[in-house]
Design a protein around this ligand. Structure first.
Ligand code: TXA
Ligand code: MG
Length: 316
């Protein structure tokens, strides 16, 4: 890991690192982001590994303009109006995901929505334009720690877990973006931030709080809400039902299953996380009697994978 200044050479190196699947921390007007190519499953999986979070929280996709975001998110009139008024800026819109979005399913953590933002920072803008890919980025801190507003904070929090820190100086905002969901009948304020509720309401009228205890407020915590249609059986060590398909890991036993999908033949948890949502979708699309899942170790990213699978297996 190294910290480099955000001059033209630094932006060159950082955009190349992103294109190659690396993790780059960069300044925005709110806080530093930990970025990866949003179209690269493995790079996105590495974000979760670096954050050390025991579950998959969906990530914000960053791009230099609203135009780019129309390739993976569906904008309604309210989204267009808010984007027109506050982008580039500290506003994140949660929108329906385009069915054919070229963005990793892991970015949405299995949801049918996608969070998009256009940062108002010259370094972030230059980096995205040069990289040419959408950039998935949570705040560049280890899970549970404060969001970083300087390159040194990122270094202290993530150390070698990040490939490159692009030092763009201190973030002026110091507080994360406002997150608004436009996926239901009315706008919901999922996270207060730099853009105030009043500022939003001036454009789209009343903005509501998510209902108390509502899962939309904590999307990483959703349980059976985004489970596959087929019942899921965890820690499967043998075939119990000929209609069942198998999601396996490493060299776990797969005898007796006609259909098997492999999360990672070499037992690599980053690779398994990168494949998880795509393979669950693939298996579920076969309308099987059930999806059996081989045991998966609980270490490292295995904690988040097992958390997701436990939610998938929870009764609806
Ligand atoms: O200012 C910011 O927003 C910074 C900079 C780097 O852009 N990013 C940031 O990301 O704060 P993060 O991951 O720390 O917070 C993103 C928030 C989380 O609360 C997450 O649950 C929510 O956005 N979120 C992301 N995708 C979502 C989705 N599809 N549905 C609902 N909430 C979503
Ligand atoms: Mg954060």
């Amino acid at each position: 890991m190294s910290t480099i200044p955000a001059n033209p050479e630094g932006i060159d190196a950082a955009s190349e690192m992103l294109r190659q699947g690396g993790l780059v921390a960069f300044a925005t007007e709110t806080v530093y982001g930990l970025g990866a190519d949003a179209t690269n499953d493995r790079a996105v999986a590495r974000i979760f590994e670096a954050k050390g979070r025991p579950s998959f929280n969906p990530l914000i996709v960053h791009a230099p303009s609203a135009e780019a975001h129309r390739n993976w998110a569906v904008f309604n009139d309210q989204a267009e109006a808010l984007a027109e008024q506050y982008w580039p800026g500290a506003l994140t819109l949660v929108l329906p995901r385009h069915p054919n979005a070229a963005v990793s399913l892991l970015v949405s953590a299995g949801l049918e929505t996608i969070a998009v933002r256009v940062p108002d920072h010259p370094v972030a803008q230059a980096l995205f334009r040069q990289a040419g890919c959408p950039v998935a980025a949570p705040s560049a801190n280890r899970s549970g720690l404060l969001s970083p507003t300087a390159a040194a904070h990122v270094h202290a929090s993530l150390g070698n877990a990040v490939d490159l820190i692009l030092d763009g100086g201190d973030c002026h905002g110091g507080l994360e973006s406002t997150v608004v969901s436009l996926t239901g009948p009315e706008p919901l304020l999922l996270r207060p931030g730099l853009i105030t509720r009043e500022a939003l309401e001036a454009v789209v009228g009343p903005v509501f709080d998510p209902p108390k205890d509502s899962p939309v407020a904590a999307p990483g915590m959703l349980a059976s809400h985004y489970a596959p249609h087929a019942p899921v059986r965890l820690n499967a060590r043998s075939s119990k039902d000929p209609e069942e398909v198998l999601l396996t890991f490493g060299d776990a036993p797969a005898e007796g299953f006609a259909t098997v999908r492999q999360l990672s033949a070499r037992g690599d948890l980053v690779e398994a996380a990168a494949n998880l949502f795509r393979l669950l979708h693939e298996l579920d699309a076969l309308s099987p009697g059930g999806i059996a899942v081989s045991p998966i170790p609980g270490t490292g990213l295995g904690a988040a994978i097992n958390d997701r699978l436990a939610r998938a297996a929870a009764p609806a």
